[in-house]
Design a protein around this ligand. Structure first.
Ligand code: FES
Length: 263
């Protein structure tokens, strides 16, 4: 440890120059910021618009489980009065949003893209102090391990939605359309993203002293660890697929085109 680091333990890396980088280091945070801005704008609009989220038998993942009284396909919770004033999406978005906002990968992405903390390696930071995630509000990022279980519940519900999409609009089973396929891919990607979570890795293999005494957990941890190496890619693909699924169902519901039926 250098003398500088010892005497200034709570400051950020000391770089006199604006950056020591000669490569286009800003490209990655700029692309991330652009992509996240598009996602936030679309999600805000789609959650508030409160229409065209159901095209029988498909329901948008942004609106499922559909709890509001205004729901085209609601769950029977319309006896809860305060549910009636909100859109079905707003009622549930805290679950998947909380999981993604506190995700280790997304934290890195938006800290770099929006706060520039840090902007990149060997780039001077605009912030003089570093408190990390040790105080409010960022200490709430520690809730991620609990949002993991919330995400599992949403995955089960969206998987059921995908299975229910094997019906036709009259409710008869044994049918499949392009929307069914899109919902299946959506559920699969969400499971892969969730199972590749660092919290899942801890659940499967954390706190074990001897893997040899826990062969099942060791095997599970090994599989999750393999998925975990793709966590960033799964985070982006699953996120955009949710948006694409919502858009597809929205367009079918609005009558822009009809859902092609395979059988
Ligand atoms: S670390 Fe990304 S979802 Fe848990």
């Amino acid at each position: 440890m250098t003398q500088t680091t010892q005497s200034q333990p709570k400051t950020r890396a000391q770089i006199a120059d604006k950056t020591l980088r000669t490569d286009p280091w800003w490209r990655s945070p700029m692309v991330t910021a652009t992509a996240l801005t598009i996602v936030v704008i679309y999600l805000t609009w789609a959650s508030l618009v409160n229409n065209h989220y159901f095209a029988n038998p498909y329901i948008s993942p942004l609106y499922s489980p559909c709890l509001a009284t205004t729901c085209a396909k609601h769950s029977g919770l319309d006896w809860i009065p305060w549910l009636s004033g909100l859109t079905p999406a707003i009622l549930i978005i805290w679950g998947p949003m909380g999981f993604r906002l506190t995700c280790y990968y997304y934290r890195k992405a938006y800290y770099r893209a929006f706060w520039r903390a840090p902007a990149s390696c060997a780039v001077r930071e605009p912030h003089a102090k570093y408190t990390g995630e040790t105080r409010l509000p960022l200490i709430l990022q520690n809730l991620h391990r609990y949002f993991f279980y919330v995400a599992l519940i949403f995955n089960v519900i969206l998987t059921i939605d995908a299975v229910l999409a094997f019906r036709n609009s009259s409710g008869q089973w044994g049918h499949m359309g392009l929307g069914t396929l899109i919902l299946i891919v959506n559920a699969t990607l969400l499971w892969l993203y969730t199972l590749s979570c660092h919290a899942c890795r801890h659940v499967t293999g954390g706190r074990l002293k001897h893997f040899s005494k826990h062969p099942v957990r060791y095997w599970l941890w090994t599989q999750v660890s393999k998925l975990n190496t793709r966590h960033m890619q799964l985070a982006w693909v699953s996120l955009f697929w949710v948006l694409f699924t919502d858009l597809y169902i929205r367009l079918v519901s609005a009558g822009v085109f009809s859902d092609p039926r395979f059988f």
